[in-house]
Design a binder for this molecule. Structure first.
Ligand code: ARG
Length: 271
């Protein structure tokens, strides 16, 4: 399996905290160690660098504790960047910050017409865009994604509030394969996934409950939460190299490695 060099956007968790609850993982009364969160995040960034990937950084803003979750900052494919519109007012001010970053970086910008939480819910799998809905990204946003990017969009209906973003329930391993938690999807979406990806890796609830599916693959190496040991073993059986990272503090906000990582896809060549 070939690894593809990636360009990522990340945001240091300088102001990370759990001050509000917009998903079932978040408990504002539970203690959070921001310094530990920063060290764990720096380790993730180092893992990417060691794999030969490029990491760009956006400046974190005070008062936006979830801004570390860069995957929600946009969807970037073929040099086009679609900005986001958050469901929750607590995260609304992140959208213009990410939008400005894309503009400064020279991407062709598109503005969302509906709630759209970026790569948290929009994953490119080969020639299809898998788009989640049910909790955050509106179904209506899917039509706009198809129009902007020109990839067929497949709607994925999420049904378990713990797996509120598509990237908490499914991870793209390479152009042909994904791993997912079947129970996180409606029966119809499960049938679509079986049809599109007959060789997919099925994760267990235990893997998903440590956000094991919130993983980042370059086609050969899969970076995933260290606690997702069963999933890691299954991936190694399939020939992937797994790299476990501990993001225990960010998990208190419902985020893992993928949430911290926005893929910047330049042009066709580096798709
Ligand atoms: N606390 C954040 C929220 O609920 C976590 C976002 C995680 N990001 C992701 N791509 N799943 O919005």
């Amino acid at each position: 399996m070939d690894a593809t060099r990636q360009r990522f956007l990340m945001c240091r968790p300088t102001y990370f905290a759990v001050d509000y609850a917009i998903n079932p993982w978040m408990d504002p009364n539970a203690p959070v160690d921001t310094d530990l969160a920063i060290r764990q995040w720096e380790r993730l960034r180092q893992v990417y660098r060691d794999l030969g990937h490029t990491v760009e950084e956006i400046t974190p803003l005070p008062g936006l504790p979830d801004m570390v979750f860069a995957a929600n900052g946009g969807t970037v494919i073929d040099g086009k960047a679609m900005a986001v519109q958050f469901r929750d007012p607590q995260r609304a001010d992140e959208a213009p910050a990410y939008r400005a970053w894309f503009e400064g970086a020279g991407f062709e910008l598109y503005d969302p017409k509906h709630v759209n939480e970026g790569e948290g819910d929009v994953l490119l799998a080969g020639d299809h865009l898998l788009a989640g809905t049910g909790f955050r990204t509106a179904h209506a946003a899917h039509a706009q994604l198809q129009e902007v990017f020109g990839y067929p969009v497949i709607t994925m209906q999420l049904v378990d509030p713990r797996f509120y973003h598509l990237d908490t329930a499914l991870t793209v391993l390479d152009e042909r394969t994904v791993a997912y938690l079947p129970e996180a999807f409606s029966p119809g979406s499960q049938a679509v996934l079986r049809r599109l990806f007959p060789d997919a890796v099925h994760a267990t609830m235990a893997d998903a409950e440590v956000l094991g599916l919130n993983a980042v693959s370059d086609g050969r190496h899969v970076v995933l939460p260290a606690q997702a040991t069963d999933l890691a073993a299954k991936l190694r059986d399939r020939g992937y190299q797994t790299i476990g990272v501990d993001l225990s503090e960010l998990r208190k906000a419902g985020g893992g490695p993928k949430c911290c990582t926005l893929r910047l896809r330049q042009g066709k060549a580096s798709k």
